[in-house]
Design a protein around this ligand. Structure first.
Ligand SMILES: [Zn+2]
Ligand SMILES: [Zn+2]
Length: 450
């Protein structure tokens, strides 16, 4: 298929027939520049996650994550969706008997919760286990819920927030018992230290359009975004400077309130986070700069970006920690830069390869010639070997797009040769060609002469 052209111009390494191009898949960043026909493929638009530090992007090793997956994977996923839930045995979860006393239950929960709290236990299943034992304790420590559970099982509790409790409520419960990990050693009664409401800031999206070559070779850009930053007046805590936070009246400083609900199975009491103080247990005069939010909106915040070579239309870059400030001391969000790359009128980009179509006259195709070809590096001489066939593709090695994170590796420029047949001939030309015809007689291929 591929004919190697010896002693051709330096940039030409091979000739490929047209059908090769016709069936070629979009090229993938992963394949080596020297293996043009390898099959792994991907389309542009993959996620490229980059670390950000002092104005510079560093390539991380995530390029493999956008290799196209075989179809098989979907089938396996579907199978794994069939999960059967067994009826939970809350007594077994806590390792106590069905006649266990309240203090035995509490002590068993305390022991297990310490063991499986995600702050100390990083095992894969620890979080789920922590949640499970917390749910079990929530039910068994409550006389009414325990008696419902004893009679009707888990089903009797559905809709009560128990049994189906979420992760957050597991923490509420844990912290209400022990006052968080810090207070565990001392063992508190109900109503430990109120929790802080630190939350991570939201991410910011920025759409950036790059020129054709900027995307290929990388570029430094200053972008301006609008984001929330920590209020300098109150250092982000939302309280007016000089004022002392007061105990929240709604929850009496507990951060939690008790709500009572009437249900067909009886009265239920539930502990929920206090809305007036958002669980902090304190209220304060709001900071006048940020109206108590702790954050202020900053417009046109300038951020320096170093766009790495090889990004493509649809690439997404992550600039770590440059997004909105978090609340109550929470970490900031990220900025996601969505890349739009302009196209070029002559050069067509496909992943790391560049396609170009070169027209040569039939005479040049027969005799061979050197043509000037535009590339991303500027105009380069390309030798057209004698006898080139219409639709052949010439490979200009390493004249393509640098690989993301591997700037020494580049794709190729693939030049498809279009042979132009004249539609009009002068008298003299016609004569000469007719002479040629007689010379070549039954031969199919036409020899060169002038
Ligand atoms: Zn403020
Ligand atoms: Zn409150």
């Amino acid at each position: 298929m591929a004919t190697v052209v010896g002693a051709a111009a330096q940039t030409v390494v091979g000739v490929r027939q047209s059908e090769r191009l016709a069936t070629q898949q979009p090229s993938c960043h992963l394949r080596s520049a020297s293996h043009i026909d390898s099959t792994p493929t991907c389309r542009s638009g993959h996620d490229l996650v980059y670390g950000y530090s002092s104005g510079t992007f560093f390539a991380s090793d995530t390029l493999h994550s956008f290799v196209a997956r075989p179809v098989k994977r979907n089938q396996r996923r579907r199978d794994s969706n069939f999960v059967v839930h067994a009826e939970a045995d809350y007594y077994a979860r806590l390792g106590v008997g069905r006649d266990a006393s309240k203090s035995e239950i509490k002590s068993a929960y305390r022991k297990l919760a310490r063991q499986y709290h995600p702050d100390v236990n990083k095992d894969a299943g620890a979080e789920q286990k922590f949640k499970d034992i917390s749910n079990a304790y929530e039910v068994l420590s409550d006389d009414e819920k325990r008696s419902i559970y004893d009679r009707f099982g888990e089903a009797g509790l559905s809709g009560q927030g128990a049994g189906a409790g979420d992760y957050g409520s597991a923490f509420d419960l844990f912290e209400s018992l022990f006052g968080g990990m810090g207070g565990m050693g001392g063992m508190g009664g109900m109503g430990g230290a109120p929790r802080s409401r630190a939350t991570q800031g939201d991410d910011v999206r920025y759409d950036l359009t790059l020129e054709f070559k900027e995307a290929i070779f990388g570029v430094e850009k200053d972008i301006k975004i609008t984001r929330f930053e920590e209020c300098k007046t109150c250092n982000g805590n939302g309280a007016k400077p000089g004022t002392t936070p007061r105990r929240c009246k709604a929850c009496n400083g507990q951060g939690q309130v008790l709500t009572t609900a009437q249900t067909p199975l009886g009265m239920f009491q539930q502990v929920t986070t206090c809305e007036s103080c958002e669980g902090t247990g304190e209220t304060s005069s709001p900071c006048t700069t940020c109206r108590g939010d702790g954050r202020v909106k900053i417009k046109n915040k300038k951020i320096k970006l170093k766009i790495p070579a090889g990004v493509d239309d649809g690439s997404r870059l992550r600039v770590r920690s440059e997004g909105n400030a978090g609340r109550k001391g929470g970490p900031p969000g990220d900025v996601y830069v969505f890349i739009k790359a302009k196209s070029d009128s002559e050069l067509k980009r496909n992943g790391n390869d560049i396609f170009f179509s070169a027209k040569v006259s039939y005479i040049d195709a027969i005799l061979g010639t050197t043509v000037k070809v535009p590339t991303v590096d500027g105009t380069v001489d390309l030798k057209i070997p004698a006898g080139i066939q219409p639709g052949s593709t010439l490979v200009m090695a390493k004249r393509g797009v640098p690989f993301m994170g591997k700037p020494n590796m580049r794709g190729d420029q693939l030049v498809r040769v279009q042979v132009v047949i004249p539609s009009k001939l002068s008298e003299e030309e016609r004569k000469l060609i007719e002479e040629l015809k007689e010379m070549s007689l039954p031969k199919v291929a036409v020899g060169a002469t002038r």
